[in-house]
Design a protein around this ligand. Structure first.
Ligand code: ADE
Length: 416
């Protein structure tokens, strides 16, 4: 079987960890059982560009159970769990192109390998496959694609707005069962986890600056506060800044925050959020990390130019010694800190995100020829179904409207 992975001998350990994650993914397990019976993806060639983690392994084995002919490539050079890649090849017979620490050239070679599969459906986390399908692989016919993350959805909507999108895309990220949980609780916890694993810092009493108050920033700020840090939020959007203020955070611009922060975390999806003028104001020994999809949020080019020395302080921690004598520690090369320095989100939350991916794929397979070349949300019915199944798996029951209440909600008269 074609593949490019680090070490096939890691498969045994990978299998155990994949099974551990599966215990926490009851919704995906139900979908897998149904897929195995109904085979809704029978014979469909599918290429998935995702973080190769234990949770992703459970998703791709679900797609395979549904009849799909799946290959996987990495969506980030540092997020691959090499034992998982080995297990997918060995135990699931799924070709994988992903090596933790791969360079840019290998990263793109792996994307090309996934596209050489001639996928009919693609699955992206960051829109790199779709991007290639609009540049180097313009002529490959594709039914449709699904997208996992905010950054990818933004790229795809830009493509659609220019009228250039070649096929329909389901924005799984925009499902409520995805961003309200994965982006907020998943990123919130896994970002704290990544920084803790890389540095073993104590959070209590630290001044933490969170750039961006979207769903990820909200989650990170809440969790940092939960660790007794003093949390400052920076924003460009007045509504979000106001919300952060009323959520009880200190809000200020980055120029001010740069002088007082001790740990900086970017979660904006934008470029050069922490840059030259900020680095120059930072205290000695600050820690800087990125929780956004691409490694563009920290302007590391300029940080290098400002530095007289750069070395590895320890695994995952680069020390930049500025010409002014102060030191700045950058985690995970400025890439997604939760996946570069830890294991990403917990399976409990990826269960819903990947249930959305599996259902979006099934929806595309059944409906692609009736869809336009647009970015679609996951149908609300499916979103609600995932929420219902998740609640049931947690043993939580909720009320149902009585017929009197339904009638009341549908009438225009007041109750008096
Ligand atoms: N994105 C964030 N966490 C993840 C995980 N555990 N698996 C796959 N993608 C992720």
């Amino acid at each position: 079987m074609k593949r490019d992975i680090k070490n096939i001998a890691l498969a045994g350990e990978g299998k155990k960890r994949i099974e551990w994650a599966e215990r926490e993914m009851p919704v995906l397990r139900l979908i897998k059982k149904r897929f195995a019976k109904e085979k809704p993806l029978k014979g469909i060639r599918l290429s998935a560009c995702l973080h190769v983690t234990t949770e992703t392994a459970n998703l791709v084995s679900t797609l395979k159970a549904g009849g799909a002919d799946v290959v996987v490539c990495a969506s980030n050079p540092l997020s691959t769990q090499d034992d998982v890649a080995a297990s997918l090849v060995t135990h699931n017979n799924i070709p994988v192109y992903a090596i933790c620490g791969e360079n840019k050239q290998t990263y793109y070679k792996h994307l090309q390998s996934a596209l050489a599969h001639k996928p009919e459906i693609t699955m992206d986390d960051g829109a790199d496959l779709v991007s290639a399908l609009h540049s180097t692989h313009k002529h490959l016919p594709v039914f449709g694609s699904t997208e996992e993350t905010t950054t990818g959805v933004i790229r795809l909507k830009a493509l659609a707005k220019m009228g250039k999108l070649r096929f329909p895309v389901i924005a799984v990220n925009d499902a409520q069962t995805k961003h309200l949980f994965d982006n907020r609780y998943g990123t919130g916890q896994s970002t704290i986890d990544g920084i803790t694993r890389a540095t073993n810092i104590l959070w209590a009493g630290r001044v933490v600056v969170v750039a961006g108050y979207g769903w990820c920033g909200r989650g990170i700020a809440a969790r940092a506060r939960g660790m007794s840090a003093r949390v400052i939020v920076t924003e460009v959007d007045p509504l979000r800044a106001l919300e952060a203020t009323m959520d009880g955070f200190e809000v200020m611009n980055m120029i001010k925050a740069a002088k007082i922060g001790q740990i900086f975390i970017s979660a904006t999806g934008n470029t050069s959020v922490i840059r030259k003028e900020h680095f120059l104001l930072m205290k000695d020994g600050v820690i800087v990390a990125n929780a956004g999809h691409f490694n563009v949020e920290l302007d590391l080019g300029n940080l290098r130019a400002l530095s007289k020395l750069k070395k590895m302080a320890k695994k995952h921690v680069e020390e930049y010694m500025l010409k002014n004598g102060r030191r700045i520690f950058v985690l995970g090369e400025g890439r997604l800190v939760n996946l570069a320095c830890a294991e990403g989100h917990s399976a409990m939350v990826m269960d819903m995100s990947f249930a959305g991916q599996a259902m979006a794929t099934e929806f595309l397979a059944k409906n692609y020829n009736t869809l336009e070349n647009k970015v679609y949300p996951l149908p609300e019915k499916l979103d609600k179904k995932i929420a219902g199944l998740k609640l049931a798996s947690m043993g939580i029951s909720i009320d149902a409207l009585t017929s009197e209440q339904k009638k009341y909600l549908n009438s225009w008269e007041s109750g008096t």
